[in-house]
Design a protein around this ligand. Structure first.
Ligand code: PGA
Length: 248
């Protein structure tokens, strides 16, 4: 039995006051058995929200790999853990594309997080032209190889992976359930080949990219889709809850 996860990535949205109101209205709402909720708000909200959150985990959207130092604008893992934040999203395509995060930087972040007991939601995903040229599998394999496959099996097995095709993020265009299933199956097979079958069987693989209440149930019904990393539709309690209740 793999974990079932609905994770909300708020990106640069909501004030702290709005985030706290969201937490108030979502707490106590019932969920299907075993479904885990994660919310990743902006850094400024983390301390307060991590303290107030009941029944869900609060995650950071990024962190640096060094313990401290002259890195203007960055936040360390120790700073996050000190305020009760134990999960972080790494390698989101917006970090890779807009903020020029390289595979090397992401690899260092993954290493530092796993060494310090931080749970990582690692994102991968191909651009549109790669999908159109039918090179998506090779592209994702490249990301696995350069960001993750240097890890030992016991470290790798602490990860959550989010497959987020770039062409589906914030565009309203979702991968079809079959496209998501095929890529998740490909990732799981690559993990089984590189590590072993039990690491692959346990690995939660989330789909991200325009998940909404209308498409979540069909996506989550796919045997290799273990939940979602949800952007726009995680900003409202109602839609986020509806998605979290879409696991069958
Ligand atoms: P979206 O974002 O649901 O708004 O497409 C998903 C993500 O970027 O994590």
């Amino acid at each position: 039995m793999r974990r079932k996860i609905a994770a909300g990535n708020w990106k640069m949205n909501k004030t702290l006051t709005e985030g706290q109101a969201f937490l108030n209205s979502i707490s106590g709402e019932s969920l299907p058995d075993g479904v885990e909720l994660i919310i990743a708000p902006p850094h400024t909200h983390l301390a307060a929200m991590a303290q107030e959150a009941k029944g869900l985990s609060v995650a950071a959207q990024n962190c640096h790999w060094k313990e401290s130092g002259a890195f203007t604008g960055e936040v360390s893992i120790g700073m996050l853990q000190d305020i009760g934040v134990n999960t972080v999203i790494l390698g989101h395509s917006e970090r890779r594309e807009i903020f020029s995060e390289s595979d090397e930087m992401i690899r260092q972040k993954v290493d530092a997080c796993l060494e310090t007991g931080m749970q990582v939601i690692w994102c991968c995903g191909e651009p549109l032209e790669v999908r159109q040229n039918e090179n998506a599998n090779a592209y994702i394999m490249g990301q696995l190889l350069s960001n993750l496959f240097h890890l030992a099996a016991d470290e790798f097995s602490k990860l959550i992976i989010a497959y987020e095709p770039i062409w589906a993020i914030g565009t309203g265009e979702t991968a079809t359930p079959q496209q998501a299933q095929d890529m998740h199956k490909f990732i799981r097979l690559a993990v089984a080949n590189h590590y072993n079958q039990s690491v692959a069987d346990e690995l939660p693989i989330l789909y991200g990219g325009s998940v909404n209440p209308a498409n979540a149930a069909e996506l989550f019904r796919q045997s290799h889709v273990d939940g979602g990393l949800i952007g726009g539709a995680s900003l409202k309690v109602d839609t986020f809850l509806e998605i979290a209740r879409s696991f069958s």
